[in-house]
Design a protein around this ligand. Structure first.
Ligand SMILES: Cc1cc2nc3c(=O)[nH]c(=O)nc-3n(C[C@H](O)[C@H](O)[C@H](O)COP(=O)(O)OP(=O)(O)OC[C@H]3O[C@@H](n4cnc5c(N)ncnc54)[C@H](O)[C@@H]3O)c2cc1C
Ligand SMILES: NC(=O)c1ccc[n+]([C@@H]2O[C@H](COP(=O)([O-])OP(=O)(O)OC[C@H]3O[C@@H](n4cnc5c(N)ncnc54)[C@H](OP(=O)(O)O)[C@@H]3O)[C@@H](O)[C@H]2O)c1
Length: 271
């Protein structure tokens, strides 16, 4: 009797090639080999798997979503992660070292992509914490700079040390002077000019994205007005921030696309 065909697994086993610690026991990045034929567009996410059952060390049994940091043109895949102290996935993920295995689902997911928008001259990318991941992929892709006249990246964190990828972003800002504005924002302490040489001294005061938007300070810091006819805006990270910003932005004429009609707002919650 012929056996029924065995379905190919929906994931592949990849190998960690680099680990970068930004803040000990809090924030890190991993680079892994890229499965052949693994395609994505900036802003999409993958599902990463870990084999956490010691009796089955080659079978991934815990999966989490992670946005790609790397651009689609890169040979490897990069991810940026927080360590949630009591989390089931992120602490063992942080323990991975070069040569260790990481499983990746064959499919990619997500609609936080520039395809969500039509037209628009100004791209506003607003993130808290690791919500930055999705935008890094966009900013590493030259197509993003061809499409928009102005790009404002706002990264809100609690403390200045959590401004991961700061050097890369400052260097991109120099490379795209007049087009890209990188606005780091802290909530629990002021920024310092030394950490943020691109910022004017008036832009160092702490504040949540919501507070800065309400007061008009966000636009003042960016040197650009948030005009719903020209701005295309993304929100990514903490769900409370996404909800609160969405409500403020709705009053300003921003809405997500519906039924195939593109809007001027796209959002992604990380939990
Ligand atoms: C579409 C999507 C994309 C994601 N991309 C990323 C990414 O690029 N990088 C990343 O670190 N995480 C990302 N996440 C979150 C990630 O999937 C895990 O939830 C996270 O790594 C924690 O896993 P855990 O099992 O340790 O804790 P979980 O049990 O999954 O979460 C426990 C709690 O930790 C907090 N938490 C979870 N994720 C975060 C986070 N990223 N930052 C701050 N607090 C958090 C929340 O309070 C949550 O309830 C994404 C989630 C989604 C839905
Ligand atoms: N980052 C850390 O210091 C740290 C340390 C150990 C563990 N962790 C773990 O990581 C998780 C938190 O990580 P995180 O600090 O990167 O992410 P986070 O809690 O999402 O905070 C990131 C930023 O978002 C801001 N924010 C939160 N809610 C908001 C809202 N409604 N509107 C506007 N802004 C808002 C925060 O401001 P506020 O500061 O004003 O809240 C903070 O600046 C926790 O689950 C914890 O387990 C974090």
């Amino acid at each position: 009797m012929t056996q029924p065909p065995v379905a190919a697994p929906r994931y592949t086993k990849q190998t960690v090639t680099r680990q970068t610690v930004w803040v000990t026991e809090k924030l890190f990045s991993l680079t892994v080999t890229r499965p052949p034929g693994f395609k994505f567009v900036p802003g999409q996410f993958a599902r990463l798997g870990l084999a956490l059952d010691p009796t089955a060390p080659d079978i991934p049994n815990e999966w989490r979503a992670y946005s790609m940091v790397s651009a689609p043109s890169e040979n490897e895949l990069e991810f940026y992660s927080v360590v949630v102290p009591d989390g089931k996935f992120s602490p063992p993920l942080a323990q991975l070292r070069v040569g260790d295995a990481l499983w990746i689902n064959n499919s990619v997911f997500g609609f936080l992509t520039l395809e969500a928008f039509a037209g628009g001259e100004d791209l506003w990318l607003l993130a808290t914490g690791t919500g930055l991941s999705a935008y890094l992929s966009m900013l590493r892709d030259p197509a993003t700079f061809k499409r928009f006249k102005h790009i404002v990246l706002v990264h809100g964190v609690r403390h200045a040390v959590e401004l991961a990828y700061r050097d890369e972003l400052l260097s991109l800002m120099q490379q795209h002077a007049g087009q890209l504005t990188y606005l780091p924002i802290t909530t629990q302490e002021p920024l310092t000019q030394q950490l943020s040489p691109s910022l004017r001294p008036t832009n160092l005061a702490p504040g949540r994205l919501t507070t800065l938007l309400r007061s008009g300070e966000l636009e003042a810091r960016a040197g650009l007005s948030l005009d719903p006819s020209q701005a295309r805006l993304m929100l990514c990270g903490n769900p409370a921030m996404v909800t609160d910003m969405r409500s403020l932005l709705s009053d300003r004429g921003f809405a997500a696309g519906r039924r195939g009609v593109p809007g001027n707002l796209a959002v992604e919650n990380y939990w």
